[in-house]
Design a protein. Structure first.
Lengths: 277, 646, 99
């Protein structure tokens, strides 16, 4: 609660009416280059995840700017909805598609690079030119509109003037959710492999009837590189992570025996030389 | 200055048809037409009796025509031009044309001639076409011809006449090419039709000129307005009508088709190409008398054409060995006489029609006789293979002889009364004209006598020159009886109709009454000269063809004879002057069409397709290209909006 | 400094987002570029709300966020399902509308 009130009182500190305080100026000039940098990162990053990070940077900076512009409600919504939900959705899909999926830098369409560059620069030029040559009203500021605090003011507009749009947007969200379900629905093409089917397949492949032991039953130590020993004293390979096995950092059974003491049913020396089952 | 004829009366003064026969005169056309339709549609089951239906239709038409004539004879001479209104035909803007019939002496003369000779030939064809499986179709076409010809002569406007004109042309085509499984027959039919078409063009242009000048094409309006129209227009119209007449009547320069038209069955040659259809041109010229009288130049051209044709036909007839082709050349020549007479003006109209009637009888009789000879000689037509047939075909010989004497102009047979009067009339006039025209007609008569006698002697006298398998026999009764009737007509009609100038008086409502001019040579001199030339011609022919042996193969001859055998090279001339340039024109037009127009249109199509190909590359399927296009469009739009705002 | 600096910053971010959409092939990164564009628009809206003294701008930005969230859900679902069938997340591979 207190955090919220701090946040809500920030705009008052940053601005009064349409005037721009020095704090806001500083905020702007710090965030604006960062945002441009993040956007360019989206444009030029090789890996998709880097691009996603760039846009996340942009969005959070935007939340700051909204708050500075006497729109704290919108700033919070930006973080919660946009950055928190939408961008996370993007990241999930990225993971689904393939995180290390990277675009090659070679452009397949002829001249598309030039066209893209020209059009991008052209868009920026036209829009900035319009802004520069336009004369804007003297900023009125939202002090009066935010008299009952910004969320209340926004709520008044939404549930007052734009109530119909609000309802429609609700319907839209439901439709979108349903649409996503429908679009990603997969027909079952092969029969469902349940437990019985799995067990049958294992038996048919020649596996054992009994399930594997629970983790820790045969473990001799907490250490990753120490293999578990089966009832005969043979080390169980699968108990050591594959990476360690490949690197040759697995402890041998002899060391294990020495450490734990006790006798084994089988002579450890034989175990290491003989072939493992 | 001819006295105003009844046909130049103002429209309001025309008499309407009255009485049963006159008001039902349309039946004259309807009965043969329905019969033709019935025969064509009846199918094979009508094969055994269909021809009698055809004969009956033609006979009925004759009896009906007789009825109309009698009813007209009962009227006063001054009221003998009747019009029968049938229905309103073309109400189109300024042209209000009604279909109707004009019943006057001229049209009824033709009606009687066509139906009488037609019926006789129908009867003849029953026996002549006995072996032919398509006999029913033949009679259908013959009936159709009768219907069309009657429509032609009974029409009261040039346009309705044109309908009949085209109908007889069609009938001629169908009948010449009746045995069209033989290609030469089909080619001959096509040639006849195409040359007729050239003549039809003349009639169409004349129709257009009439409409432009008088605002109407019916006889009443045109003839009433003719005296007031300009000479130039009348001359042009007259020349166009003459062109039409030349096409239909096989006059120079459109005479090349008649010889080939002999490829049709002989009854067809007798009816269409001797007695009736080819005389339609003469009918047209005589009917259009008011137009020609306003255009003396056109009249002169008519006379010249007639004169040239009669000599042309006579020369060609001298060298032909095919009996039918010789008779065809004779037809061309005789019609030349009629055209010459018609071009002489009012003094010659009645003579032209009179000769037309007598010619109808004797020429049809001659053709039927030729058919009878062919029937007996197994369809042989080469006269060099005939000879001494008198004993074997006595009836045919007798009827043929009467026709021969008639065409020669030996008194008292028909030809004497009609042809000699024409020669006399040709000698009437001032300056060089009577001498030139009269001498031409006179000499033509002499040549006619020679070649007709040649034909007669080669066929019936002299020595037998038959091929080995010929068994000449007389024709059956159904063939000989019509020939006998026609022979009697050839002998008697001329004399009978000349008593008291009956025929001329009968035609006066149409041709007008006028005094005969005096010929430059006195009448007895002309008569004696004609007879002398004729007898000389007969004598020379008798000496060469009856007494001496006639070689069975054409002997080597002088250039003139060779030219005459080749129809005075008429086909070569036609080909060189008309056919080849026409073909070149057609080919160059096709070439232009393909290379220029089609290339242009196709090129346009190809251009569009190619540009589509190019534009297609924009749709490369990549989303980023489309995104780039969108952003670019957006930018351009922004810039434009900004520029136009400031 | 005046408030137009915020506007300039927003335009710049928007332009970089556009360039990302046009130049990157990975579908997810393109999507992130779209998100960047939306965020830039939000900043613009908030700044103008401050200039006009009217909370309407903030409300609009709020709705933009909600809609963007819905859009991301559906868009990522599509990318996932395409990836499942084609095993590729490249934008250039969906070019079947090529003519």
């Amino acid at each position: 609660m207190t955090q919220l009130s701090v946040i809500l009182s920030l705009p008052a500190a940053l601005t009064s009416g349409g005037n721009i305080s020095a704090g806001e100026t500083a905020l702007f000039w710090v965030l604006a280059p960062l945002m441009v940098f993040g956007a360019l990162g989206l444009l030029f990053a090789r890996k998709a995840v880097h691009a996603a990070l760039g846009i996340v940077l942009v969005m959070i900076s935007l939340a700051f700017l909204y708050t500075a512009q006497e729109a704290p409600f919108l700033g919070v919504v930006q973080v919660v909805v946009y950055t928190g939900a939408v961008m996370m959705l993007f990241l999930f899909v990225l993971m689904l598609v393939g995180v290390d999926n990277s675009d090659s830098l070679v452009e397949t369409l002829k001249g598309q690079r030039w066209i893209g560059a020209i059009l991008g620069v052209g868009t920026a030029a036209v829009l900035i030119g319009v802004i520069r040559t336009a004369t804007l009203d003297q900023a009125k500021g939202l002090t009066s509109a935010n008299a009952d605090s910004n969320p209340v003011g926004v709520a008044r507009v939404i549930f007052g003037q734009d109530i119909f749009a609000f309802e429609v947007v609700g319907v839209l969200l439901i439709t979108a959710a349903l649409g996503a379900l429908v679009l990603t629905h997969r027909q079952r093409l092969v029969p469902r492999v349940g437990q019985k089917e799995r067990a049958d397949a294992r038996i048919a492949a020649g596996g054992g009837l009994a399930p594997l032991a629970a983790p820790g039953v045969y473990a001799r130590s907490n250490a990753l590189d120490t293999p578990a020993l089966d009832p005969e004293g043979r080390p169980i390979e699968e108990s050591v992570p594959r990476v360690l096995r490949i690197r040759g950092q697995r402890r041998s059974a002899t060391e294990v025996q020495a450490q734990i003491g006790g006798t084994a049913a089988v002579d450890p020396a034989q175990i290491e030389e003989g072939s493992q089952p | 200055m001819p006295i105003l004829r009844l046909l130049e009366l103002a429209p309001a003064q025309q008499q309407a048809a009255s009485g049963f026969f006159q008001s039902s005169a349309w039946l004259l056309v309807a009965i043969p037409l329905l019969s033709a339709a019935f025969l064509l549609l009846a199918g094979k089951r009508a094969d055994r009796w269909g021809h009698w239906v055809g004969v009956a239709a033609s006979g009925l038409a004759f009896l009906f025509g007789l009825g109309v004539t009698v009813s007209l004879l009962g009227d006063d001479a001054a009221t003998r031009v009747r019009s029968l209104h049938l229905f309103s035909w073309i109400p189109a803007g300024s042209l209000h044309l009604d279909a109707g019939m004009r019943l006057d002496p001229l049209s009824l003369t033709f009606v009687l001639l066509v139906t009488f000779v037609g019926t006789l030939i129908h009867v003849y064809s029953v026996a002549y076409m006995e072996q032919d499986p398509s006999r029913r179709r033949f009679f259908a076409y013959l009936n159709f011809f009768i219907a069309a010809m009657l429509l032609l002569v009974l029409a009261d406007s040039y346009l309705l006449l044109f309908v009949g004109w085209e109908g007889v042309g069609l009938a001629s085509y169908l009948l010449i090419g009746f045995w069209n499984h033989e290609t030469p027959n089909a080619v001959a039919a096509k040639k006849a039709f195409v040359m007729n078409r050239v003549g039809d063009l003349g009639l169409i242009v004349a129709l257009m000129l009439m409409f432009a000048t008088f605002g109407a094409v019916d006889f009443t309006t045109v003839f009433h307005g003719a005296p007031a129209a300009s000479t130039g227009l009348l001359t042009a119209t007259g020349l166009m009508l003459l062109l039409a007449a030349c096409g239909k009547s096989a006059q120079f320069p459109l005479q090349a088709w008649l010889g080939d038209a002999m490829a049709g069955p002989t009854p067809v040659s007798a009816l269409i190409h001797a007695a009736t259809m080819v005389t339609a041109g003469v009918y047209l010229v005589v009917r259009s008398a008011p137009i020609f009288e306003g255009a003396p130049t056109a009249q002169l051209v008519v006379v010249i054409v007639g004169g040239v044709t009669l000599i042309f036909g006579a020369i060609v007839g001298l060298a032909k060995d095919d009996i039918k082709k010789a008779l065809a050349a004779s037809t061309t020549s005789q019609i030349g006489y009629m055209i010459l007479a018609a071009g002489l003006g009012p003094v010659g109209y009645a003579l032209a029609i009179f000769h037309l009637v007598t010619h109808g009888f004797f020429k049809a009789g001659l053709f039927l006789g030729a058919g009878s000879v062919m029937h007996g000689m197994d369809d042989q037509v080469d006269m060099r293979r005939f000879g001494a047939l008198r004993k074997f075909l006595p009836f045919t010989w007798a009827t043929f002889a009467l026709g021969w004497l008639a065409i020669l102009g030996i008194p008292p047979f028909s030809g004497f009364w009609s042809k000699d009067k024409i020669i006399e009339a040709a000698f009437v006039g001032d300056g060089w004209r009577p001498w030139v025209f009269g001498l031409v007609a006179l000499i033509g008569a002499g040549i006619t006598a020679f070649y007709m006698s040649r034909l007669f002697f080669m066929t019936y006298h002299g020595t037998e020159r038959w091929t080995n398998d010929q068994h000449p026999h007389e024709s059956p009764r159904l063939m000989t009886v019509p020939m006998i009737v026609l022979a009697v007509g050839s002998a008697a009609v001329g004399g009978l109709l000349s008593i008291g100038g009956a025929f001329t008086i009968w035609l006066e409502p149409v041709t007008g009454h006028h005094e005969h001019g005096e010929p430059v040579l006195s009448v007895p001199v002309i008569t004696v000269a004609t007879l002398a030339l004729v007898l000389a011609g007969v004598f020379f022919a008798w000496r060469q063809y009856a007494v001496s042996t006639v070689p069975t193969t054409p002997p080597l001859a002088s250039g003139m004879t060779r030219a005459a055998r080749r129809d005075l090279y008429q086909d070569e001339v036609n080909e060189a002057v008309f056919m080849r340039p026409g073909q070149y024109l057609t080919r160059s037009l096709v070439y232009a069409d393909r290379r220029v127009l089609d290339a242009g249109v196709n090129g346009l199509g190809r251009l569009v397709a190619a540009s589509g190909e190019v534009l297609r590359r924009l749709q490369n399927g990549f989303a980023r290209t489309y995104a780039a296009t969108m952003v670019a469009g957006l930018l351009i739009l922004l810039v434009v909006v900004l520029v136009f705002q400031s | 400094m005046n408030l137009s600096n915020y506007l300039v910053l927003a335009s710049l971010l928007f332009a970089i987002g556009t360039a990302t959409v046009l130049l990157r092939r990975n579908a997810i990164i393109v999507f992130m570029g779209v998100e960047l564009m939306l965020n830039a628009a939000n900043l613009l809206l908030v700044t103008f709300a401050r200039i006009h003294g009217d909370l309407q701008g903030q409300v609009m930005a709020f709705f933009v966020m909600v809609v963007a969230a819905a859009e991301v859900v559906v868009g990522l679902a599509i990318i996932v399902s395409i990836f499942r069938t084609r095993r590729s997340a490249s934008v250039d591979d969906v070019n079947l509308l090529k003519s």
